[in-house]
Design a protein around this ligand. Structure first.
Ligand code: FES
Length: 133
């Protein structure tokens, strides 16, 4: 059996949503200290819905495939739904990852959560500032 599923290979070779979102209002960057891989997620959220998402991943093929799949899974979804995204869902959508590569999908979950938290921090702050005015 091949080590990687067709889907992993497809998302690795043709990653979806690669790049930077200049007008992102939620950005999250995470890394794995052991392997040194880094993932950065950019979210453009309007009316509590993820209108657009892009990523930059400096990492292994599984990390690239996981980021790509994760962006596909949350695009167009409400923030509350994206918050529920787990690495398990990412790995399942990729038709599985080898056990020792599961941490790559964890990075995708963490990067999305970090970007959503950044968005929530910013909107809370803006809310408080407009209360003051
Ligand atoms: Fe670390 Fe893939 S080897 S994210």
């Amino acid at each position: 059996m091949a080590l990687y599923s067709e889907k992993v290979m497809d998302h690795f070779r043709n990653p979806r949503n690669v790049g930077i979102l200049e007008d992102a209002n939620g950005i999250g960057e995470v890394g794995n200290a052991k392997c040194g891989d880094i993932m950065k997620m950019y979210l453009k959220i309007e009316d509590d819905v993820i209108q657009d998402v892009k990523f930059e991943t400096f990492g292994c093929g599984s990390a690239i495939a996981s980021s790509s799949m994760a962006t596909e899974l949350i695009k167009g979804k409400p923030v509350s739904e994206a918050m529920q995204l787990t690495n398990k869902a990412v790995a399942e959508a990729l038709d599985g990852l080898p056990d020792y590569k599961l941490h790559c999908s964890v990075l995708a979950e963490e990067a999305i959560h970090a970007a959503l938290e950044d968005y929530q921090r910013k909107t809370e702050k803006n809310g408080k500032e407009s209360e003051k005015n």
